[in-house]
Design a binder for this molecule. Structure first.
Ligand code: ZN
Length: 337
């Protein structure tokens, strides 16, 4: 079984994002609380891409969340982002109801720069307790590239982390669009955020304070695996635990690294227990690698081709670790093997 722990609904019917644009233009709800989208339109939007790629690539289930670039926490105010998040999350729920064996739901949060993350708790609770969501995407920089809020290890975030711990749901640390022209969003802002948050965690006691908190840093952990020795050295100099000890049962990297040497490095330095299979398809990189003839985001090939990983290691990466991190995930019995 293969669980892809990182997929976004990047192919929504057009009226979904059109509603958001109209909301931003109107600086409030544009005459309706949500657009009308039929089940057939949802089916059409998924059959051609995500479901086809799942079949072609031999993955079973995708842990599915609203489009990360679409969260746009810097664009609306708190109330606008709340309604937008409700619409996005309700749509994800409908996807998972239509395809319960293919998708499991992760929610977007109604964050806004300068607004306490604890204000997101009602939407988190609605999603998890009322609608069966199994995780959330937490934006460490709702300003969209200007980093105006405190680090994720600051007490500013504690109330929200307490709730995550209580509900036993993980958060994927995931920024949205960049409005800072210095940072291209998928090429720089994403990787910067992954790396920056890892360093924030390395110098903090966050996981001592919240021992049940589980965070996922996507995109292979940003630049961290490549600079693993640097982080080990910084940790030792600061009399902090080594990175592997920090990660332990709290921090995970995914496999959204789009070439073989990158996956080989990730699997070579990061403990196998802390790696979750993911592809982020259909997302940041959509083209084919002319050197291999395969799509860059076909990440299963890289895991398969890694000779250093044992079959047991691969099982952990493909699904066993995911079931520990997403403890609310219920796998259809037919898929268990
Ligand atoms: Zn993503």
């Amino acid at each position: 079984m293969i669980i892809d722990c990182h997929g976004h609904y990047t192919t929504t019917p057009p009226q979904h994002e059109a509603w958001r644009q109209a909301q931003l233009d109107a600086k409030g709800n544009p005459g309706s609380e949500s657009p009308v989208i039929t089940d057939d339109e949802i089916r059409e939007s998924l059959e051609a891409v995500q479901l086809r790629l799942q079949r072609e690539r031999g993955t079973d289930m995708t842990i599915f969340s609203p489009r990360a670039g679409g969260m746009g926490h810097h664009l609306g105010n708190e109330e606008m982002n709340r309604q937008w998040s409700i619409n996005c999350n309700n749509l994800i729920r409908r996807v998972c109801d239509l395809y319960p064996e293919n998708f499991a739901p992760v929610c977007q949060l109604p964050q806004a720069p300068g607004v306490s993350p604890s204000n997101c708790i009602p939407e988190l609770v609605r999603c998890v307790e009322e609608m069966g969501f199994i995780g959330c995407n937490l934006n460490p920089d709702p300003s969209g590239g200007y980093w105006t809020d405190p680090p994720v290890t600051d007490p500013w975030w504690y109330g929200f982390f307490e709730k995550l711990e209580e509900l036993q749901v993980p958060a994927m640390i995931h920024v949205s669009q960049s409005c800072n022209p210095n940072f291209h969003f998928t090429g720089a802002h994403y990787i910067n955020a992954d790396t920056a948050v890892f360093m924030q965690l390395l110098k903090s006691d966050l996981f001592t304070r919240f021992p049940g908190l589980k965070l996922i840093i996507p995109h292979g952990g940003g630049a961290v695996p490549y600079h693993w020795g640097r982080y080990r050295g910084i940790a030792r100099d600061m009399k902090r635990p080594e990175p592997a000890e920090l990660m332990n049962g709290n921090l995970y990297f995914d496999t959204c690294v789009y070439h073989q040497p990158g996956i080989d490095l990730l699997a070579g330095v990061v403990p196998v227990d802390n790696i979750l299979f993911a592809s982020e398809m259909h997302g940041a990189v959509r083209c084919m690698d002319p050197d291999t003839g395969f799509f860059f985001d076909d990440t299963r090939r890289y895991v398969e081709s890694n000779a250093a990983l044992s079959p047991e290691d691969k099982e952990k990466i493909y699904w066993k670790n995911a079931t520990k991190v997403f403890s609310r995930l219920r796998i259809p019995t037919a898929m268990e093997q």
